[in-house]
Design a protein around this ligand. Structure first.
Ligand code: NCD
Ligand code: ZN
Length: 354
């Protein structure tokens, strides 16, 4: 049986939600992750340091020792310089998240005119705090499958040209254009890659019937893009690192005749799913750097000192999980996963129903 030992991994992009949902999301993410970078798109969003601190306290109340939530603040049209300075000084905020208004789940408070934020990017550059970007345009006349590539050409390249020292993470990349762009940029520009974009493409979502479980934003693309992402993630290039974008929605919000909510839940099995993806291209030996080193290096924090071990061994994911007082369908629900964490878990995965 093949095994793989790696430093404890971190997740540099996760949605934990709030209140009754936290017990599921924190339990699952803290099973083996060290740090997680918690996205701020609550309703209302986390826009200042004091709300980030109280959100962090609600997460920590459910966290086992050694699990460290790092916070991101939500950029709006009115984010000011004082908020950037306060965020840096707090030592708890690792990034500001840019959501173009209307691009994705809970982005209604997002940014309408990105150029108006240039003075804020200037201060972020001075303060050396990371700009984390949802990279999709929202123009009605741009096809949903092209929105990431158009964002790179029309918006991101200009931000990077104007602020060459700003550290930027293009989140959850989905296209060969994004992978090439990051590859060709300086080491101040990085990208997270999700497990679901490595394991699936749009055929998995659309052929034989639409599958809400695979609907997320940016949307799954063609197989050629999946191949490009696998190549980037397993290339040993330090600009690509782990960010799950695990984003749970109640089943009723996803399997909904009036529109499926965007987001895939992978926190219950993230590292196991990444191991499957890396092993599918015979490059497991690159998983440790991607999952446990490059993200920490980019954010300027030390690697975790302890380890986990994965074993190639099938296990079955429960078809459905309890989620607050609702139900959640996890990625791979009711189906097997080929890798399992066999040492370094803080506790075993809780049953779907609890
Ligand atoms: C995320 C969510 O549900 O919060 N959804 C998604 O499809 N990825 C938001 C986001 O990261 O775009
Ligand atoms: Zn996200």
């Amino acid at each position: 049986m093949q095994t793989l030992k790696l430093k404890r991994p971190d997740d540099w992009h996760i949605h934990l939600r709030d209140d009754a949902y936290l017990s599921r999301t924190v339990h699952d993410a803290a099973r083996y992750f060290g740090r997680v970078l918690v996205m701020p798109n609550l309703v209302p969003p986390v826009i200042d340091v004091s709300s980030a601190i109280s959100y962090r306290e609600r997460i920590q109340a459910l966290s086992p020792p050694g699990f460290s939530p790092q916070m991101a603040l939500y950029l709006t049209d009115t984010t000011d310089a004082d908020t950037v300075v306060a965020a840096k000084q707090s030592g708890l905020v690792s990034a500001f998240k840019l959501y173009p208004a209307g691009a994705t789940t809970n982005s209604a408070f997002g940014v309408n005119a990105i150029e108006k934020l240039y003075p804020i990017f200037e201060i972020m550059q001075e303060q050396d705090i990371v700009l984390s970007v949802h990279g999709e345009v929202t123009d009605a006349d741009v096809d949903i499958f092209d929105r990431e590539a158009v964002f790179i050409d029309t918006i991101l390249s200009e931000i990077i040209r104007r602020f060459p020292s700003l550290r930027v993470v293009l989140e959850h990349i989905t296209t060969s254009q994004a992978a090439s762009f990051v590859q060709d940029s300086s080491d101040r520009v990085a990208a997270t890659i999700t497990a679901h974009h490595l394991l699936y493409n749009r055929n998995d979502m659309l052929v034989g019937g639409i599958r809400p479980v695979h609907y997320c934003l940016p949307i799954l693309k063609r197989h050629i893009h999946q191949v490009a992402l696998l190549e980037a993630a397993t290339s040993g290039n330090a600009s690509f690192f782990l960010g799950t974008d695990s984003a749970p929605h109640p089943r009723s919000a996803k399997e909904n005749a009036c529109g499926c909510a965007a987001g895939c839940y992978t926190a219950h099995a993230a590292i196991e799913l990444y191991a499957e993806a890396f092993s599918s291209v015979g490059r497991l030996e690159y998983l440790e750097a991607f999952a446990s080193e490059y993200g920490a290096d980019f954010y300027g924090v030390p690697h975790n000192k302890d380890h986990i071990e994965l074993t190639q061994q099938d296990w079955q994911v429960d078809a459905s999980f309890t989620f607050g007082n609702t139900e959640l369908i996890p990625t791979r629900g009711g189906e097997p996963i080929a890798w399992k964490v066999t040492s370094g878990e803080r506790y075993p995965l809780r049953d779907g129903v609890h």
